[in-house]
Every structure is written in C-alpha cells, then in structure tokens.
Ligand binder design. Structure first.
Ligand code: ATP
Length: 651
C-alpha cells in the first residue's frame, strides 16, 4: 500500500492538488468555489518611484522638449499679471494703452498654443510608456517557467497587461511633467508675490503649507488602495476568463446564473476598492480648493486693509491676486500628480512583480549549449545512448502562491522579489526508470493520475526532476539548451488547443518556413485531407478560436500534423481521452503509424487498441513503473494491465 493511501492528510493534499490542477485546465468547471481557482490575487509588492524612472527615461528627448515647453509656457503665463498690472497703471494715469493690449493677447495665444502642443506630446509619450511596459510584460509572461502558470490565473495576468499598464500613462498625462511646468509657475509666482508684498505672501504660504502636509499624508493611502483596486480588477478578469472559457459546461450544468452572480461579486469587490480610491482622492481635491479659497479670502481681506493704509497700490494687489491664482493652479496639478503617481505605483507593483520573476532559462545561461541529434540513425554525441532515458526520477509539483506583502510572515529580503510560499508538495513520480531506444515506439499506460503526462512534461523540460535525471541521447536535459532540446521533440498535448487563425497558421506555428505543399502533405498523413475540402479557402480556412469547426479527434490530429511538420526525431503524444469513436480511433491509429516511421515515439494511450503494436508498453501506477514489455507479456504478468485490457475487451 502506498503512503498516499495510508495518510489521510496526504490524501487531502492530493485532492487539493488535483483540484488545483483541474482548475488550471481550460475545459474544467468546478461547480463550487475552489480555493485555487477563485482565490483572490494578493495586491503584490509595492513599487517605488525609482522603478518608474526607467519607463520615463526611455522617452527622455521628448520629455526634455515637454519640460522646456512647460517652462516657456510658465514664463508666458507669469508675464500676464505683470502686463495686467501695467494696463491698470496706464488706465489709472489716463495714458493710451498702445501695444500693451496686443502684447497681452499675443501672450495668451502663445500660452494656449504651447499648452495644446505639450498636451499632445504628453499623451503620445504616455501611450509610449504603456506600449513599452506591455511589450516588456508580454515578453516576460511568455518566457516564464511553466510552473508559474500552474499557480497564477490567466485572467489576472491578462489584466496586468491590459489594465495595469494603462495606469502608467496617467503619470505623464496628469502627472510629472505638468508638475515641472507647474513648479516653474509656482516659484515664479512666489518670487513675484514676494517682491509685491512679503506680508501677504507669508500669510498665503502658511495656508498652503497645511494643505501640502495633509495631501502628503493621504498619498500613501492612495497608492495602497489603488494597488488593491487593480488586484481586484485582476480578480474580475480571472473570473470572466474562467466563465467564458467554460461557457458550454456552465450552460450544460445549469450554472449560468450562479456564475453570473460570482462574477458580479468579484466586480462589486473591484467597485468597492475603486470607491475607496475615490474617497481618498476626493479628499485631496477639496483640500486644494479650501486652500485656494482661504488664501484668496485672506489676501483679499488683509490686502484691502493694506491698500487703505497705503502699504500697496491697487494695481499691485490685483497683480498679487492674479499671481496667487497662478500659484494655486500648479499646486492643484501637483496634488493631482501625487494621486496619479501613487495610483501608477500601485499598478507598477503588479507589473514589476511579474517582470522580477526569473525567465524559464534564467539559470541555464551558465551552461554551454550542446548540439545534439537523436535521430533514429544513431547520429549524435553519444551514438549508442537511448533517445530518452529516465534514471530514478522523483518529482513533485510545488504548489505555490505569490507571497502577500501585507502578511508580515512573508517578508522577503528584497521587497520586489517575493519569496513564494510553498503550500504543499505532492510526490507524483517516485523512482521512475526506463529507456526508450532510438526509433522505437513506446506506450505509457496506467490509471488516471498515475503520472503519465508528467513524464512528457519532464521530457519537454517544463519542470526538472527533484531527484534523478532525464537524458536525451545520453545527455542530462539540464545540460542542454532548451531551444535545441525542444527542436528535437514534437509534443502533442492531451487537449491539443487549436489556435485562433487559419489551418495554415496552426500548422506553421513551429515551422514558419513550411510551404503549402508540405502543410497539405502532413494533413493527409494524419487523415485530415478531408478538412481541406470542407472550406473552399483550403489552408486559409479559419478554425475558430478554440477549434469550433473541428471535432476533438480532428483537433488532436491537427496538433499531430503541426508537430510532424517540424519533422522532429522524437514525438511525444498525449492521446486525447475523448472523441475517440470507432472511426476516429482508426484514423488516430493510422496517423500514429504514419508518424512513427523513422522516429522515436512515446504515446500516452488511454485506449490500448492504439498501442497494442508498440515495441514496448510501460505501465505506470501512482508514480511508479509497475511493468514493462509487450502487450502479451504484460497481460500475462501485470494484473493492473490485464484488468485494463479486460475492460477494453482485448485480453
Ligand atoms: N500542474 C500541476 N500542478 C500540480 N499538480 C499536478 C499538475 N499536473 C498534474 N498534477 C498532479 O500530478 C498527478 C499526475 O498527473 P498526470 O497528469 O501526470 O497524470 P496522468 O497519468 O497523465 O493522468 P490522466 O490519464 O488523467 O491524464 C495528479 O495527481 C495530478 O493531480
């Protein structure tokens, strides 16, 4: 008896692992909440301002132009009150206005033109920041280790690319650069006011200092709340993705209303967090407003007395008040910038969390790439070594979740590189050893969950064994360049996905240079010639986002054709459990016969009829090899195999 059978806690861990795995598969819908599929995304590590700078530095030349324009615009605005003061003086003295009015009009127009152009440049640069963050994020996402996709939800990842990146735009459009121009106006107005009346200025500064302190205190809360809000948006995207991805099963199970309710609950969660952000940022706007009104009233009241006492002239008081408005405006912008920069830092935290993850090959780079060939003709570095060899391989999936920065127990030394929490490890392969000689056709059979697909994942190096080694042509996979390794292997997944696009797009995924004639040839080799006639567009016929126009069996044969086109010396085939009616089963058998010629083939078979003529069959149970041989040998010697064969009426 195995330990999974004896220890209840391990059994429940196994069930949890199974649930997690199933929820990651696109075809499965759990009727009730699974702790993995519906868990909430932690907000992620906090980003710092310095992490924002590389995104801005990329656009340095434009930003310098914008900053220069801001300064010119600010100076043009600062001149306006001085000119107005002049106009008042000239009118008071009864002199003709001359060119003063025209100068004022020209100044207003120049300021407006500068502001418009600057606005356009900022929007464009903002889009540029979104674009480069999206490119980086997508580049990283598609290079992440496969294990990351076991524990992260697609919808949340998509939301990081779609929604979080757009938050960065606000830094530029409502934020930083306007604040630069604002700062010039602010300082210029301050100096002018100091010259006009230091006493009035002192009073104004006092009021504004109180406002600035309050806003600074609020800004951190904006960042945290906005990061949590973005995480909620990720949750919504994840639940929509789950519901749409499984819409047929949900409809068939009569679970539509429940699913809608579940998505609504997530959406309401996002709404609540959005409202929280609105609450905090809403405080900032009236603070700026109150500061403006109070300082205006103070200046008006005290200024009136000072005009009466002859301390300043009316013209100077009017100029002072205009400067006051000028100073308040950038202050409002600066407060807005604080809000949008903090919101962007919240989103950046979620972007950076992914960017900081290591690539799949991050630790491979020290290895010298080794060219291997494992064709059936015994070429290669070690010509006598088997094509594939498993040597006492133990393996466990590490089920992890990203650490939650709010949890003090998870503090990692580097704020931006969270240590994931390993929540459980379930042994899946336990001392598996077997050899697959070059050019042979090997079948893996065994009950569901025995570890068959995991074996193929290890050969593709989606994961590395915890103990033992997997070898290709006698060389440990860990010593090989992943791209070269995968170029040797064709891999057909169990639920072979059909990509949105045409038949041709699907076939040429791994062999972009293949000709139409080659595409048609492989389609016929896997009994899919008829599909070409189904649509007059032939190879250009669309196959729908999830292969709607193809049956399950056809989908899998299309995936085999795709793998074949690359002519790999080794082919791994995880046979579909479904869609194998009599006709399909025969077609699949013929397709396998066709592809096995001249290459090493490992087939995971759910129907023994598909593998009965394999050179060798390996029987797996609970992560262990329990038998190896031909069909006849196994029927005679392995009870589990005999049972399988009897079930399928073959014994
Ligand atoms: N990505 C994963 N993360 C965690 N656990 C996994 C993952 N994939 C598989 N498992 C677990 O590993 C065990 C073996 O799974 P595997 O898919 O290799 O079995 P299998 O023999 O191919 O089953 P089937 O015939 O049903 O496809 C199962 O208990 C499963 O719960």
């Amino acid at each position: 008896m195995s330990d999974t059978e004896t220890r209840p806690e391990t059994r429940s861990a196994a069930r949890a692992a199974e649930r997690a795995r199933r929820s990651a598969r696109p075809t499965f819908v759990a009727p009730r909440r699974s702790p993995f599929s519906r868990r909430e995304t932690p907000p992620g590590p906090r980003a710092t301002f310095s992490q924002l700078l590389p995104f801005l530095f990329e656009h340095r030349p434009v930003l310098i132009v914008v900053a220069a324009l801001s300064i010119v615009g600010a100076v043009a605005s600062l001149l306006q009150p001085l000119l107005v003061g002049q106009v008042i003086n000239v009118v008071e003295a009864g002199d003709p206005l001359g060119g003063l009015v025209w100068a004022l009009v020209a100044l207003v127009l120049v300021s407006a033109a500068i502001t418009g152009y600057q606005h356009y440049l900022l929007q464009r640069t903002g889009e540029g920041v979104v674009l480069s963050s999206r490119k980086q994020l997508v580049g990283k996402l598609l290079r992440l280790p496969i294990a990351e996709f076991d524990t992260r939800r697609t919808g949340d990842l998509v939301s990081r690319v779609g929604s979080d990146t757009t938050m960065l735009r606000a830094v530029l459009t409502q934020g930083l650069v306007e604040a630069v121009g604002g700062a010039v106006t602010f300082v210029g107005a301050l100096v002018a006011m100091l010259i006009l009346d230091p006493v009035l200025l002192g009073l104004t500064v006092l009021v504004i200092a109180v406002a600035i302190t309050t806003v600074t205190l609020l800004s951190r809360r904006v960042r945290d709340a906005s990061q949590a809000a973005q995480a909620k948006v990720g949750d919504v995207a994840a639940s929509v993705e789950r519901a749409i991805g499984s819409v047929r099963t949900i409809r068939a199970a009569g679970a539509t209303e429940r699913e809608i309710r579940d998505v609504e609950v997530e959406a309401e969660g996002a709404w609540q967090m959005g409202v929280k952000v609105a609450h905090i940022s809403a405080l900032i706007v009236p603070i700026a407003g109150i500061a403006m009104q109070v300082s205006f009233l103070v200046v008006l009241g005290v200024g009136g007395f000072r005009v009466a006492s002859g301390a300043i002239t009316v013209a100077n008081l009017v100029a002072f008040i205009l400067f006051l408005f000028m100073m308040i405006l950038p202050l409002g912008q600066a407060f807005g910038a604080v809000t949008s920069v903090n919101a962007a830092l919240g989103a950046l935290g979620r972007i950076q969390e992914i960017l900081d993850l290591p690539d799949e090959d991050a630790h491979d780079r020290e290895l010298a790439p080794l060219a291997v060939m494992v064709g059936p003709a015994n070429e290669g570095l070690l010509p006598d070594a088997p094509a594939i060899e498993f040597d006492d391989v133990h393996f466990a999936y590490a089920l992890t979740r990203p650490s939650d920065p709010a949890d003090p127990g998870n503090d990692s030394p580097d704020e931006h590189l969270p240590e994931p929490d390993v929540i459980e490890r379930q042994p899946v392969l336990r001392g598996v050893s077997f050899r697959v000689p070059r050019g042979q056709r090997i079948a893996l059979v065994g009950p569901s969950g025995a570890g068959k697909s995991t074996i193929l994942s290890l050969i593709e190096r989606f994961y590395d064994p915890s103990v033992g080694a997997v070898r290709l042509g006698g060389l440990d996979l860990r010593a090989l360049d992943r791209t070269e390794l995968r170029a040797q292997i064709g891999y057909v997944e169990q639920d072979a996905p059909v990509l949105a696009g045409s038949l041709r797009d699907n076939l040429k995924l791994g062999s972009p240079d293949a000709t139409d004639a080659e595409c048609e040839h492989v389609l016929r080799a896997v009994n899919l010639g008829a599909v070409l006639e189904r649509d007059p567009a032939g190879l250009s016929a669309p196959v729908g986002e999830d292969g709607i126009m193809l049956s399950g069996g056809e989908r899998q044969r299309l995936a085999i054709a795709r793998a074949l086109l690359a002519a790999p010396p080794i082919l791994l085939l995880d046979e579909s459990t479904s869609s194998l009616d009599g006709v399909n089963e025969r077609m699949m058998r013929e397709a396998i016969d066709a592809v096995s010629a001249g290459r090493t083939l490992i087939v995971i078979a759910h129907r023994l009829s598909t593998v009965i003529d394999s050179d060798r069959i390996i029987v797996l149970d609970q992560g262990q090899v329990i038998g190896e041989g031909t069909h006849a040998q196994l029927v005679a010697s392995v009870p589990l195999y005999r049972e399988l064969a009897e079930h399928q009426l073959l014994a």
